[in-house]
Design a protein around this ligand. Structure first.
Ligand code: SF4
Ligand code: SF4
Length: 134
């Protein structure tokens, strides 16, 4: 899949269109793990991710993060092909503790044209019997 262009990949974009009646169920296509750009790690996410990886917070920050492009916080680093450093084949190495930016897409934030690059399947939110997380 070609990576989207423009200022995608960030909950900070202003053109989010949410659909309260629909929940999109992730199909683990990993497309959103392959876009260039920041994968924001918030301050309160550092300790759980570090612990999950068996690292100290300083080790995790030093080995796996960089400053965001706006220098306003930390992002996971990316591989040379722009995949997230935590993507291992088709799996996320830190799935149980992945950043909110990852867990929130596309239901809590998205961008114009996101359906063209995301394979999540829509279901009626009212029909959900349990909380669904991607
Ligand atoms: S942390 Fe996991 S879910 Fe988030 S972009 Fe990286 S590989 Fe994908
Ligand atoms: S949220 Fe969409 S793009 Fe990301 S892995 Fe799930 S289906 Fe693919």
């Amino acid at each position: 899949m070609a990576a989207p262009s423009g200022d995608f990949g960030s909950p900070g974009n202003r053109d989010v269109v949410l659909e309260p009646a629909v929940h999109y169920v992730c199909q683990r296509c990993t497309n959103c793990c392959k876009w260039p750009g920041d994968v924001r790690v918030e301050e309160d996410e550092i300790a759980p991710i570090a612990a999950f990886l068996g690292l100290s917070e300083a080790e995790f920050i030093g080995q796996y993060t960089r400053l965001r492009s706006n220098r306003m916080g930390l992002s996971l680093i990316e591989k040379q092909n722009h995949e997230c450093v935590m993507l291992d084949g088709n799996a996320c190495r830190i799935h149980p503790v992945k950043p909110a930016q990852c867990a929130g897409f596309p239901n809590k934030w998205n961008f114009p044209g996101w359906r063209e690059v995301c394979e999540a399947v829509p279901v009626a939110a009212l029909n959900l019997t349990s909380k669904v997380q991607r």
